[in-house]
Design a protein around this ligand. Structure first.
Ligand code: PLP
Length: 376
């Protein structure tokens, strides 16, 4: 039994995706057009956010959302160290400076730590829904109101069915490993019509047309090239329509892991926080080793899973441990103690719609056997 870390949810033979893509290819219109517009409409309706703008990636969406909100040079944006590099790079693309706040026990950015990092230059807070666990948005909003900040959520691990949050903008990812995919792509949702219009303008070169399809246009300000093609949006349409089913599968597989580990391993591994909440997307299933009770380190644990043909991963390597981001923390253990203490304990196990119950049982058996074999 060889169990990869991820497989996209494409059904048995990707028939819906193939039909959608074939339609686009036969139509003669490949780039942003009716399919992208349709995906935006279905995404908005699924999420409950009134406006949704399709973009070429979550990274692009985070960049354009921050830029559209006026974040730029001289500003500081507070975010989490337990994220993919894209979150921090999107901030840097605006010219602003990323500032790292520590996480709480749940792995999401901690409101108290955010508050301690606020300066006169702080312009925005950029929380990440780690693994799909909703953040404490209410406390971020209170901080944002008090200090006049904007709130942009990195919702790469969420899906529209998790519901819209009360942020200025939320940005989703359609990367190949996410809850729904277009291979590469993303979506920016907002409740603010003017912001949505500005995001659309900036995501397409800052171009304003006299009327749709008319040859005459003006570039009214510097912009980016961040649109989603219809070829990709077509895949997204099949994916978003399959999402209720995908979500049900992920939830049921997470429950299988939970039941098994609660029964047989809770003394050796800690279970993912909040995974039982209905609003958790179950995008990742990340266990935490109780290193005081296990003799081997996390890296070796993952190697032993690989010996059993189970591919695991880690979400995430804390940002300041990457050479490109060392300047963001002189002393991570001191500045970001919780993130740094969590990192050596984290293992993300395979979870995706096409994973069978037998495979989950095999992964769980493997984790338990390795942990038991190494128990102190
Ligand atoms: C995947 C991911 C991104 C980047 O998404 P892209 O669509 O590949 O740009 C950003 N943030 C987090 C937390 C991610 O996991």
């Amino acid at each position: 039994m060889n169990i990869p870390f991820h497989r996209p949810a494409l059904g048995d033979s990707a028939e819906e995706e193939l039909a959608q893509v074939a339609e686009v290819l036969r139509s003669g219109w490949l780039t942003t057009g009716p399919k992208a517009a349709q995906l935006e409409a279905e995404f908005a309706s699924a999420s409950g956010a009134p406006f949704a703008a399709a973009v070429s990636s979550c990274t692009a969406g985070l960049h354009v959302a921050l830029a559209a909100l006026g974040v730029g040079e001289g500003d500081e944006v507070i975010t989490t160290p337990l994220t993919f590099c894209a979150t921090v790079q999107a901030i840097e693309l605006t010219g602003a400076t990323p500032v790292l706040a520590d996480v709480g026990c749940d792995g999401n950015i901690d409101p108290a730590s955010i508050e301690s990092r606020i300066t006169s230059r702080t312009r925005a807070i950029l929380p990440v829904r780690l693994a799909g666990l909703p953040c404490n948005i209410d406390s971020f909003r209170t901080l944002a109101q008090k200090h006049n900040l904007v709130l942009v959520e990195d919702a790469a691990h969420a899906d529209p069915l998790c519901g819209a949050t009360e942020c200025d903008a939320a940005v989703y990812s359609f990367y190949a490993t996410k809850n729904m995919t277009t291979a590469e792509g993303g979506m920016v949702t907002t409740r603010n019509e003017a912001l949505d219009a500005r995001i659309r303008l900036l995501a397409h070169h800052g171009i304003r047309r006299e009327s749709p399809g008319h040859w005459k246009y003006q570039v009214v300000e510097p912009g980016f090239k961040y649109n989603l093609s219809d070829l990709q949006a077509a895949v997204g349409l099949a994916q978003i329509r399959r999402l209720p089913q995908t979500r049900k599968s992920l939830r049921s597989l997470a429950n299988l892991y939970q039941t098994r580990f609660k029964r047989d391993a809770e003394d050796l591994i800690e279970l993912p926080p909040g995974i039982d909440q209905p609003s958790h997307s179950c995008h990742l299933y990340s266990i935490r080793l109780r290193l005081d009770r296990i003799r081997i380190a996390r890296d070796e644990f993952i190697d032993r899973l690989a010996e059993r043909a189970v591919t695991a991963s880690v979400h995430f390597i804390p940002i300041p441990l990457h050479p490109a981001f060392r300047h963001l923390s002189a002393d991570p253990a001191q500045d970001l103690p919780r993130a740094m203490a969590l990192y050596p304990r984290l293992i993300s196990l395979p979870i995706y719609a096409s994973l069978s119950e037998e495979q989950v049982a095999y992964v769980a058996d493997s984790v338990i056997a390795i942990a038991r074999g190494a128990a102190r």
